[in-house]
Design a protein around this ligand. Structure first.
Ligand code: IZC
Ligand code: ZN
Length: 403
């Protein structure tokens, strides 16, 4: 993760939205002329980055982008001392967003999510994983997933849909989490699988939410329905979520603030990517973040994401997440960039297609207003994306999306 290939005076040659060639400019030009004839350069649209640094489009591997309303009131309650799980247990937290999201029309949900995606694009994000999970019944989960499908159709970004009906126990099953799990296994997971509205399934495996045993059943049934497993693991308390993720071959284990030594050991020997969300830890005011250093030094593939959601991370900027990864998780700038691009792409099944500037991959590129990629985390809280290129087309400039 710490080793990057850096070219100076470089060019990227893109054809039909894909990278055809990359390298030192004179070499790329020579190869273009060799392949297409001496006059070919004149026919190619030329984007001059003016000596700025080009990095792969940022990939946000964990968001809850489709929701209605905010939870600024809950933010204040927590600052005054209430805990996240206490607020959830008393019917607030996720459940307050569920009430608003169930009431919202599909069009309103789409417009709100689109506005958030535009902000993310302005910060250099080109691929976004989006979880449902504020519907918690078949109708409303399908509504949220259709919103993600529409974002994918109508916006130039790539959206990767995840079913997270196992995000909380809804009021109609209060005190009966086992009944809700049965409903998920028998109805929601198979029906959503049949509708082909999601690629992945995720579960909030956490004390007071879903046990590791329930999470296992939910994810195994999801796999049968064609949804590859992901898991919210060890976010607030250690519960064996990372171990479970590895045991069932989950694509990713996410959060991992309280991952056990055994969990790190298992992750290092698995294909499961650890998705870390430092903005969430900061927003929750945690003094101890995820042990990123231990994980990376043990050989775990670490990715980063915003966790964009109304409760624990109303954050749009992967650049800010990279700064927090460096200052708070003690990752190097190169590790943070790898985690925000290539490893993030692998965490959402897009590693062959984006996440690095390689021949054949999508031309998803951010032009950074700096000559050194290390300035991305260094300028904490600012936006260095001067141009964002998606599938070979400029889609955002100086923080403003063009869609
Ligand atoms: O809305 O609180 N942790 N799910 C699990 C969340 C945070 C999102 C929320
Ligand atoms: Zn989450």
């Amino acid at each position: 993760m710490d080793r990057l290939d850096v070219f100076r005076d470089a060019a990227v040659y893109c054809v039909s939205g894909r990278i055809r060639d990359i390298g030192p400019t004179p070499e790329v030009i020579r190869r273009i002329e060799l392949a297409e004839g001496p006059g070919a350069l004149g026919d190619i649209v030329h984007y001059d980055a003016g000596g700025r640094c080009a990095v792969p489009g940022l990939c946000d591997a964990h968001t809850h982008l489709v929701f209605s309303g905010t939870r600024a009131d809950e933010y204040e309650q927590r600052i005054r001392g209430a805990s996240y799980l206490e607020i959830l247990a008393s019917g607030g937290g996720i459940l307050s967003t569920v009430r608003k999201t169930r009431e919202a029309s599909e069009l309103d949900l789409f417009c709100d999510a689109r506005a958030r995606a535009r902000k993310m694009a302005g910060y250099g994000t080109t691929t976004i994983e989006v979880k449902s999970g504020y519907g918690l019944d078949l109708l409303n989960e399908a509504k949220s997933l259709r919103v993600i499908a529409r974002l994918n159709r109508e916006l130039p970004l790539d959206f990767v849909p995840t079913l997270m009906a196992a995000h909380a126990v809804p009021p109609e099953f209060a005190g009966n989490s086992e009944g809700f799990v049965e409903y998920l296994l028998e109805t929601v997971i198979p029906e959503i699988g049949a509708m082909q509205l999601a690629e992945f399934a995720d579960v909030f495996c956490e004390k007071g939410v879903f046990t590791p045993e329930q999470s296992r059943r939910i994810l195994l049934r999801s796999l049968e329905a064609g949804l590859r497993p992901k898991i919210h693991a060890d976010e607030i308390e250690s519960s064996g979520g990372a171990e479970l993720a590895c045991a069932i071959g989950a694509v990713s284990a996410e959060h991992l603030v309280r991952v056990s030594p055994q969990g790190i050991h298992d992750l290092a020997r698995s294909e499961t990517v650890a998705v870390l969300l430092p903005a969430t830890s900061v927003f929750l005011g945690l003094h101890r973040p995820a042990p990123a250093r231990d994980m990376i030094d043990s050989g775990v593939a670490v990715a980063l994401a915003t966790d964009c959601n109304p409760g624990t991370s109303p954050v749009f900027s992967m650049q800010l997440v990279m700064s927090l990864a460096c200052s708070y998780l003690r990752m190097t700038a190169a590790e943070a960039l790898t985690a925000a691009t290539l490893n993030a792409a692998f965490a959402i099944g897009r590693g062959q297609d984006t996440g690095s500037l390689h021949r054949g991959k999508k031309a998803d590129i951010v032009i950074i207003d700096a000559q050194d990629y290390r300035e991305i985390p260094y300028f904490m809280g600012s936006n260095l994306a001067s141009a964002v290129i998606k599938d070979g087309t400029v889609i955002a400039c100086d923080g403003r999306s063009m869609f």
